[in-house]
Ligand binder design. Structure first.
Ligand SMILES: [Zn+2]
Length: 371
């Protein structure tokens, strides 16, 4: 029975749903319209739906009372692009017209969830667990949606995050910790033409600090970046302050701590040299997780992947998903590919065949025997 269901993915319907979702603009911070649309879609497919105070959607499809799983996606798209015009190629690949992202990240994941719900509705005789679909807002801006989600409302013992690129068949079992850095240097303003000796040039201090920092790829597990450098007022004023924004990530907390220490040290040395001050702000955006091969979500995902004829590819990612949040909250999750390629770029695209495959994997997870 489960196999009948798995082979029943309706390619045209799945594609239509995906294109409908892509047509609704939803850059981060502007998820109102798609939130309403999804609320109606999940409710129509038999879910009990609620939205929380920030707009995260939780849709629960009742199934076996003794087994509850989480399926996680996000409704916002990266950046500010609107008016996305998808083009379905004769080669079965959906692209944009080249002027925007596609938003397959993560609308391909959501379309897969809706297709699975449709098939479950049409085959009421198939046994499935209770499924908690969580569709967050603000994922692309540092998991701001999931970080405000009340996980106490969830019952799931474990989950699956449909939100990665990578080979079909891959299981993202290991993801880094990511921290955002906001570094503020304060020197002293002065008239650059009349009495520069009274000033402390914050641009010079910050530049020396950045030049002394280890940046880029630090080691196999660790990366760091300073992405913005803002400060100063006018060419004839010794700049009094500079703000740097950056980030650092590592799969190893110890290495991350060491990297942050090195960056902070470079800032302090530069500030001390010139008599300036520095505030080194750190915000942890998400925490690393590592799921063992014999843990439940990994085992269930691997069995499902093999059941549709794919090889399992363990994947260590350089980025995070809402899965980092759920893992940190005690709901072990792995992240799975939706078929998306080149997400966040105008070259973003997705093969309809891969969307179908991702959907079949999710169906196999849902209809598989509890292990
Ligand atoms: Zn995503």
């Amino acid at each position: 029975m489960a196999t009948v269901l798995r082979d029943g993915v309706d390619r045209e319907r799945l594609l239509r749903t995906f294109l409908d979702l892509v047509a609704i603009d939803s850059p981060t911070g502007h998820e109102q319209e798609i939130g309403h649309d999804l609320e109606a879609r999940f409710a129509d497919l038999g879910c009990a739906v609620r939205r929380d105070h920030v707009g995260n959607l939780v849709a629960v499809r009742a199934g076996s009372p003794d087994r509850t799983i989480l399926v996680s996606t996000h409704m916002d798209t990266a950046g500010t692009d609107r008016g996305i015009r998808p083009v379905v190629g004769a080669d079965g690949i959906v692209r944009t017209d080249g002027s925007t992202i596609l938003g397959a990240d993560d609308k391909s994941g959501i379309a897969g969830c809706l297709e699975v719900l449709t098939l479950l509705r049409d085959h009421p005789d198939v046994t499935a667990p209770t499924i908690e679909f969580v569709v967050t807002v603000g994922e692309e801006r540092g998991l701001v949606g999931s970080r405000q989600l009340d996980v106490e409302l969830l019952r799931a013992s474990h989950g699956f995050v449909l939100d990665t690129a990578g080979a079909m068949g891959s299981i993202t079992y290991w993801s880094p910790t990511s921290v955002y850095l906001t570094i503020t240097f304060v020197g002293r303003k002065a008239h650059a033409g009349v009495e520069p000796e009274k000033g402390i040039n914050a641009v010079k201090v910050a530049a020396e600090a950045v030049a002394a920092m280890p940046l880029g790829r630090i080691d196999e597990e660790t990366v760091a970046n300073i992405g913005t450098f803002t400060g100063g007022e006018a060419r004839n004023i010794v700049p009094g302050s500079v703000v740097l924004e950056g980030m650092a990530r590592s799969h190893d907390q110890h290495k991350l701590d060491r990297q942050l220490h090195a960056m902070r040290y470079a800032c302090q040395v530069a500030a001390d040299r010139h008599g300036a001050s520095v505030d080194f702000g750190i915000e942890t955006i998400y925490q690393t997780y590592k799921i063992d091969e014999d843990a439940v979500p990994y085992r269930e995902a691997a069995a499902a992947i093999r059941s549709v004829g794919l090889d399992v590819v363990p994947r260590k990612s350089g980025g995070g998903t809402d899965g980092n949040f759920f893992n940190a909250q005690g709901i072990p999750c792995v992240a799975l590919p939706t078929g998306m390629v080149d997400e966040h770029a105008t070259s973003e695209h997705i093969a309809v065949d891969d969307m179908v495959l991702a959907c079949r994997v999710l169906l196999a997870i849902v209809t598989g025997d509890p292990r």
